[in-house]
Ligand binder design. Structure first.
Ligand SMILES: CC(C)(COP(=O)(O)OP(=O)(O)OC[C@H]1O[C@@H](n2cnc3c(N)ncnc32)[C@H](O)[C@@H]1OP(=O)(O)O)[C@@H](O)C(=O)NCCC(=O)NCCS
Length: 182
């Protein structure tokens, strides 16, 4: 994802997360940390051959811990494997960052997303009450042990390398950025 994707990303963001969409500033801030040798973010977009935005996703890394910040497939592209491809891309980036575990928050009522995460080995580790305040919804916190190769049976594995990441953003910053709309 580059800065010129932010406008179409925001359109999709508001379609998919109408109650708590990220602002342009939040995406700009994330992308500011996605380049250079000290980068701590990995953001990607998926586009159609015609160049229309089909989905996007982002990961934050802090030391050995990664966080799925956001993952979204346009409704007309859902159920086509796009969510899986985006997640695999993030987990590949987590390997490159040297993350040995990956966390995410997902709304407790978001069954399709939870199925996707479970398929890739994420396991529930807790509940954050009223995490999505605008919607009055709790978050399920899920964790992936990323020391093992990926184990999605249908789509194969991106594997896991062991490069150790440098200093990462503070834990508090990571939490501040945690996807509010999952
Ligand atoms: C969660 C989300 C990213 C998943 O994306 P997706 O593209 O639908 O994901 P996939 O296509 O990889 O998998 C979804 C389903 O489609 C199925 N599928 C995958 N490829 C398929 C294909 N070629 N044909 C038919 N079905 C297919 C998968 O088996 C899966 O089935 P299941 O849900 O019964 O397990 C998407 O639903 C989304 O953007 N939701 C709104 C935003 C959101 O909630 N994001 C998560 C925030 S935490």
């Amino acid at each position: 994802m580059r800065w010129w994707h932010i406008d179409p990303v925001l359109l999709l963001e508001h379609r998919l997360f109408p109650e708590d969409a990220w602002s342009a500033g939040m995406f700009w801030s994330e992308l500011a940390h996605a380049r250079g040798p000290e980068r701590t973010r990995h953001y990607v977009v998926a586009t159609t051959p015609e160049g229309t935005l089909a989905g996007y996703a982002g990961l934050a890394a802090a030391g050995i811990t990664g966080d799925v910040q956001t993952i979204a497939a346009a409704p007309e592209h859902q159920g086509t494997g796009l969510g899986s491809r985006l997640l695999r891309e993030l987990l590949g980036a987590a390997s490159t960052f040297g993350c040995q575990e990956v966390f995410l928050e997902v709304r407790t009522d978001n069954e399709p997303a939870q199925r996707l995460y479970r398929r890739y080995g994420f396991e529930p580790v807790g509940i954050r009450r009223n995490y999505y305040q605008a919607a009055g919804q709790d978050a399920l916190v899920m964790r992936l042990d990323h020391t093992e190769p990926l184990r999605d049976e249908r789509t194969g594995s991106t594997g896991s390398t062991g490069r150790t990441a440098g200093d990462r953003d503070a834990d508090a910053d990571r939490r501040h950025r945690a996807r509010p709309g999952g």
